[in-house]
Structures are given as C-alpha cells and as structure tokens.
Design a protein around this ligand. Sequence first.
Ligand code: GLN
Length: 305
Amino acid sequence: MIDCQNILDNTYQKVLKMEHVGDVASYIPELSTVNPDQFGVCLITKNGEQFTCGDATVKFSIQSIAKVLSLSLVLSKIGDKLWERMDFEPSGTAFNSLVQLESENGIPRNPLINAGAIVMCDIICDLFDDPKTALLDYVREVSGIKDLQYATDIAASEQATGYRNYALANFIKSFENIHNTCNQVTDLYFHLCSIEMTCEQLAYTFGFLANQGKQIKTDMKVVKPAQAKRINAIMQTCGFYDEAGEFAFRVGLPGKSGVGGGMVAILPNAFSIAVWSPKLNKHGNSYRGMKFLEYFTDETQDTVF
Ligand code: GLN
C-alpha cells in the first residue's frame, strides 16, 4: 500500500489531538487497572508487510476479539453443524444481553455475542477431553505465539464477577442448548476472554481472514476460503453488537471489538489491522479505535464498500 506508514502516522496524530472520552471497562475489576492513555496500531498486509504506530508491542486483554478464534476453531471442526446451535443474524442488542434468548428458545443470534460464544465453548467442551488446553494450543498455533498463556488473573476476576455470563449459561441450558455443566462452559469462556496479545500479534493472528483462510507467513490452513468469507460476513454484521451498523457506516470493514479496548478489522485479500485504546464508548467499543479506523478508511478508501 502506497504510503501506508505515513497515512497511519497522520491518522494516529489526528486522533491523539482529539478529545479523549469514554471509560475503561470496570465491570471486570482486573481490566480497570490499565493505563487508559495507551494507544497502539498495527497493520499487516497479506504479503507480510507490517506497519505500526504507538503502543503496538504492549500486551492487552483481547476479550471478545477471541470469540472469532473460537468460531474459526469450531467451524474448522464441525462446519455448518454449528448453525444447528445458533444463528448468524445481527442482534442489535448489547454483547451481554439475555433478552432475545427467551423468545428464541435459547438459540443465540450469532457467535460473536456472549450467548453465542458460550454455546461455542460448550461445543469445544464436547470436542476435546481437555478443552482449555486444546483451545490454548489452537490459539498458539494460529498466532504463532508459542508461549501464549491464559491471563489467569483476568479470568479469575471475571469468574468472581461474571453474573450475566452465569445467567446466560444457565438460561441457555434451560433450553437444552448447553450439554456440559454451566461451570465447565463458563470456565472455558472466561479463559477464552482472558487471552492477551499486542497489536502486532493480534493483527498477525487475524491475517488468515485477509488471506482466504490461510495464515500469512506459515501458510497454515486455519479455515476453508468459504469459511473465511463467512467469518468476515459475521464480523461485518455482528462484530460490534448494537454498534455494528455504526461501524459499517463509519469504517466499512468486517471487524471485532473487545472490552479491553482492542479492535481488529479486515480488508479481505489485502490486510488485517489491530487498534488498541482502553477507553470505551457506551456500547463497549474503543472510542479511539473507532475514530482511528473511520479516519483511516476515509483517507485510504480501503473499505469493502
Ligand atoms: N469477557 C467479557 C464479557 O463476557 C467480554 C465482553 C466483550 O469484550 N465485549 O463480558
């Protein structure tokens, strides 16, 4: 991409100069200790070229961004059978909402809201004898981070306060769409959400979605090309929960956010970009992350629209 570093640097400076509003997530106590002014960006092209700005090598909690990795794991193992357990429609509700599950008989709207990710964790518990180890090994392989560990302090913090997620698991189980115990499933879910990466690592990890399902550099076949297309479609329509329309409108790329303040966006067949800034808007998405990607895609016209 012509002048990519320059455009990234200018966009970064523009966002830095703006008013910095929002709040760091505090409903998971361990997340509230982060320095809110950190701000990193990394873009990796499908050819492996890398461009960074700011705190691109600082680790942070990727939280719900990891739901995309549970989705790629489950799709690669059971394919379209996943859709017997959940739908792929946008929810238009908050990430941790219970409201649609009652009228929709415990079938989550999509895999990227908490309800859907909890059902995917149930599927992973069915697929593996030691699901926590299997999931970690999988993320290690896709990301190339050989010594990746779960952040057990973050998992424990969420385990102590994750009332809505316990409610979701129990509610879904009452409709028999969870087969394992709620404790097994929420334990895996909290560990999935606890994974930490830097912007550099995150942009690289998601490179397979910009490369028809094959990891860049290693050529690992993470998912089939048609599955990569579907994951991108689900990120586009569901990755930002009740702000998915806003993200499409402002940024125009498939993307996924997390309450740690990270977000990833993909331009299929071109690049993966990770942005991190911990202060969140009222939908739980990074304030600066949204601004950065909006200005970046306005400037470059690197968008799917
Ligand atoms: N672990 C968080 C939760 O379940 C993930 C939410 C998010 O990142 N949006 O509440």
